[in-house]
Each structure stands twice: as structure tokens, then as C-alpha cells.
Design a binder for this molecule. Structure first.
Ligand code: 5GP
Ligand code: ZN
Length: 123
């Protein structure tokens, strides 16, 4: 998609601080982080919003959701449960969708936001 900033990042036409990449997706730090850890998981395929996904995107969406906790862990905001069952750490996963969802970039992306609170904004 011409003029899509995340397509350009995926194509390496615009630089980004990449934390993960494979054939299907790229993850990179948000340029305006809402929290100590804030990165975006972006499919290389141009899909405008999660509302435009269908069954053909099931494997891609599943991959993103299953990978997110692993990347969060690598980036220092993983969730852990101790032997008493008490959780610590953790993160927020967020798909802003459409104008009322606060979406600004219309190329599907999953925000992964974490680190010690308070956070500057909710993304
Ligand atoms: P949205 O509001 O669409 O869910 O979030 C878009 C996010 O993309 C924002 O948090 C914004 O800071 C981030 N962003 C916008 N342009 C760029 C860019 O060129 N590079 C990076 N790394 N992040 C960007
Ligand atoms: Zn795009």
C-alpha cells in the first residue's frame, strides 16, 4: 500500500527499532512510547484494521497473540506467577480500531505496552 507508514517500515524504507521479524510480521518500538516498554506487532500484509480480518487471517492473528507474551518477556515486561500463585509484571495488548477506537495508523498493529506504572498515557 503506497503511503502507508507501517508498510514502509516493513519494507525497510523507513527505519525502526526492530525487536522481532519473520516472513509474516515485524515488531518495533513505538516512536512515541506510552510506557517504559511499548512496541507494535505489525503484519507485513497491509490489513487496515482488525475489523477487516476474516477466517483467512486466523493463523496470522493467532501467531501475533501467541508471540506477544514471548516478546514482552524479552523486552522486560513479561508476566510471571510465583509458587504461591501471585502474579507480577505484565503488559497490555491493544488493537485500536477506527476513529472511536483512537486508531491513527490504518495498518493493523497490536500495541504491547508494559513496564513499571504509572504510564504516561494509555495509547
Ligand atoms: P494507533 O493510534 O494507530 O493505534 O497507534 C499508532 C502508533 O504508531 C502510535 O502509538 C504512534 O506513536 C506510532 N507511530 C506512528 N508513526 C510511527 C513511526 O513512524 N515509527 C514508529 N516506530 N511508530 C510510529
Ligand atoms: Zn500498510
Amino acid at each position: 500500500m503506497t503511503n502507508c507508514i507501517f508498510c514502509k517500515i516493513a519494507a525497510k524504507e523507513i527505519p525502526a527499532k526492530t525487536v522481532y521479524e519473520d516472513d509474516d510480521l515485524i515488531a518495533f518500538h513505538d516512536i512515541n512510547p506510552a510506557a517504559p516498554v511499548h512496541f507494535l506487532m505489525v503484519p507485513k500484509q497491509h490489513i487496515p484494521t482488525v475489523a477487516e480480518c476474516n477466517e483467512s487471517h486466523a493463523a496470522l492473528l493467532s501467531k501475533m497473540l501467541l508471540l506477544a507474551p514471548k516478546l514482552a518477556e524479552e523486552q522486560g515486561c513479561g508476566y510471571a506467577v510465583n509458587s504461591d500463585g501471585v502474579g507480577s509484571g505484565g503488559f497490555k495488548l491493544l488493537f485500536n480500531t477506527g476513529p472511536n477506537g483512537g486508531q491513527e495508523v490504518y495498518h493493523l498493529h497490536l500495541h504491547v505496552i508494559g513496564g513499571p506504572r504509572p504510564w504516561r498515557r494509555s495509547a
